[in-house]
Design a protein around this ligand. Structure first.
Ligand code: AMP
Length: 302
């Protein structure tokens, strides 16, 4: 079953203790689409400028990613620059240039409008909602991401969008800010009242936690000796998670648990190299092998 994603396609400048790149293709929708395409067909809605070349589009080619919804506008592609601390846990944003993204009005090609699985990556909540409004009927599963900028700056709009999604996937500080609760379980209860029935909290090197009416499920982050660049790890987590669910076509408790593992697997590959570099060469067999490794990581006897 196909999966629709809307979000940023960007050029990123990245600095970490492991190196520096001045112009790497990035953006939340890019990371998400590449990660999800290992599992299912992805329809991408976004915008790029006239500096986006065929060589940049190369990472999408030969994958199950449809680009009819990727608008090409006159001007420069969204640009973001970030620097990571020594331990990679903290990041400062050095530059955000919206460029063509400032005028972005997502438009779904006719063939995307029957989407059954939708992921609204981190963009303005009213734009996220406009995508849901263009989908013909309520999707089987709609999930979204957001960030502190929208939680504090567009809270009413965000609350309105939250009423229409099933899953909210955010990090722990965003969870706390949105719910005004420090404890994540209490935070989940607050967030359920806003609309979503499932909360997935992404916790970086501490893994991820899913909370829904059946309870709580936790998955670790895959232990890596030399992570290089955490950019896009959360979007790749979301891509693995939603890609798996769209391919499975069911959202049972067992399927959600497997989706958490595939999310963590894709997130772990993303951080191994700069930008999209590791995903470019990644093979499905490596994903399966790492997912099996998670069994070894988490199984024990009492
Ligand atoms: P993450 O590491 O999951 O926060 O995602 C990083 C990606 O998000 C980068 O490739 C950026 O291009 C993109 N990004 C950064 N800031 C924004 C923003 N304000 N809106 C949309 N995308 C952004």
């Amino acid at each position: 079953m196909s999966l629709l994603v809307v979000g940023s396609v960007a050029f990123d400048a990245l600095e970490s203790p492991y190196g520096k790149v001045d112009r790497a293709l990035g953006g939340a929708a890019t990371y998400f689409a590449v990660a999800a395409s290992f599992f299912t067909h992805v329809n991408l809605v976004g915008i790029v400028g006239d500096d986006f070349t065929e060589q940049d589009a190369h990472v999408f080619r030969g994958r199950k990613i449809d680009l009819e919804g990727l608008e090409r506008a006159t001007g420069k592609t969204f640009f973001w620059a970030g620097r990571y601390s020594e331990n990679l846990n903290e990041r400062v944003t050095l530059t955000t240039e919206l460029n063509v993204f400032a005028e972005f009005k997502p438009r779904l090609p006719e063939k995307y409008r029957g989407a059954e699985h939708v992921f609204l990556a981190n963009i303005a909540p009213e734009l996220q909602r406009s995508v849901l409004q263009q989908v013909r009927k309520r999707p089987k599963l709609a999930a979204m991401d957001t960030m502190n900028y929208w939680i504090s700056g567009s809270n009413a709009e965000l609350r309105e969008t939250l009423r229409h999604v099933d899953i909210l996937m955010i990090n722990d500080s965003e969870t706390r800010e949105l719910s005004s609760e420090h404890n994540l379980l209490r935070a989940a209860k607050h967030i359920f009242k806003m609309g979503p029935s499932t909360l997935v909290v992404k916790r970086g090197e501490h893994g991820a936690m899913l909370v829904d009416k059946s309870g709580v499920f936790c998955v670790p982050a895959f232990p890596l000796e030399e992570p290089h660049d955490p950019t896009g790890a959360g979007d790749c987590f979301a891509g693995g998670f939603m890609g798996y669910l769209a391919s499975a076509g069911k959202h049972t408790d067992a399927a959600l648990r497997r989706a958490m593992v595939y999310g963590s697997v894709l997130g772990s590959f993303a951080v191994e190299r700069f930008g999209l570099d590791r995903l470019r060469t990644l093979k499905r067999a490596e994903i399966n092998a790492r997912a099996r490794h998670f069994l070894k990581l988490t199984t024990f006897k009492l």
